[in-house]
Design a protein around this ligand. Structure first.
Ligand SMILES: Nc1ncnc2c1ncn2[C@@H]1O[C@H](COP(=O)(O)OP(=O)(O)OP(=O)(O)O)[C@@H](O)[C@H]1O
Ligand SMILES: [Mg+2]
Length: 239
């Protein structure tokens, strides 16, 4: 279980301090899927980066299965069981796709294992395993390889930041199946950041982040009708 207590993250712009994440507290149960949505610039990706240790919290606590991981760096958090897929995945010139997948898995994967992972995200494996993770990969290819790196290992918590971004409809349906599989196994907790109605509908609970704060949080049954109501200020969903 993930417990987040009073998390705050600030940036300093030309000597002026600005809070991007403002005193946020929430939890994710074991095996639960929490979907975070909300307007652009609300602070969703920043919150995810603070959870993964890419950005350092200014205040608050992050507890994973009773272990306080607040002071852990990104590698230490990965070892503690958090997997993360960026909204805009980084590229690694000089590294092949199969090497990246092996690094993510924490062991040398066989070619057949790399192929299996890539086919789960709809990529024709033979064409990709020896490619470099550089700018020659398209945005959608890169995004799916990034998602495959998270699928390469069992985690306690997987965080996917807008997995749908730049993905074609066929690949999107494949990804939905992968998320459903993980969700149904109930062995890993999931945080999906998304604006997509199909993803939001999969949630056990939905959390809306607006202006760095929690605008609403609750069960899907409770929150979804509010998101579907076009008059609501937090209408931020793509349908
Ligand atoms: N390091 C930083 N320095 C200054 N501003 C930042 C920094 N990181 C994030 N921001 C700002 O914080 C706000 C929240 O950004 P964030 O990327 O978390 O939003 P988001 O909810 O993920 O939006 P989107 O739906 O567009 O992905 C934005 O206004 C962004 O410009
Ligand atoms: Mg974002």
């Amino acid at each position: 279980m993930l417990e987040v207590k009073n998390l705050t993250f600030k940036v300093n712009e030309n000597g002026i301090e600005r809070s991007i994440v403002k005193n946020i507290s929430f939890h994710v149960e074991d095996g639960e899927m929490l979907v975070i949505t909300g307007p652009n610039g609300g602070g969703k990706s920043t919150l995810a980066k603070v959870l993964m240790g890419i950005e350092e919290a200014d205040e608050g606590q992050i507890i994973l299965d009773g272990e306080d991981i607040t002071s852990y760096d990104i590698n230490h958090r990965a070892n503690a069981g958090i997997g993360f897929a960026f909204q805009q995945p980084p590229r690694f010139k000089g590294m092949t796709v199969s090497r990246l997948l092996s690094l993510a898995a924490g062991r040398q994967l066989k070619e057949s294992e790399c192929c299996g992972l890539l086919s789960r995200v709809g990529l024709c494996a033979q064409e990709y395993i020896r490619r470099e993770v550089d700018s020659t990969l398209s945005g959608g290819e890169m995004k799916r390889i990034e998602i495959a790196t998270v699928l390469a290992k069992r985690h306690k918590l997987c965080i996917f930041d807008e997995p749908e971004a730049g993905i074609d409809l066929w690949s999107f349906s494949m990804l939905i199946q992968q998320f459903e599989k993980i969700h149904n196994r109930k062995e890993e907790s999931l945080i999906l950041i998304s604006h997509q109605e199909r993803i939001i509908r999969m949630a056990d609970r939905i959390m809306v982040i607006e202006d760095g704060k929690i605008g609403a949080v609750g069960s899907r049954e409770e929150i979804l009708p509010r998101l579907l109501d076009k008059g609501d200020s937090c209408t931020c969903m793509n349908r």
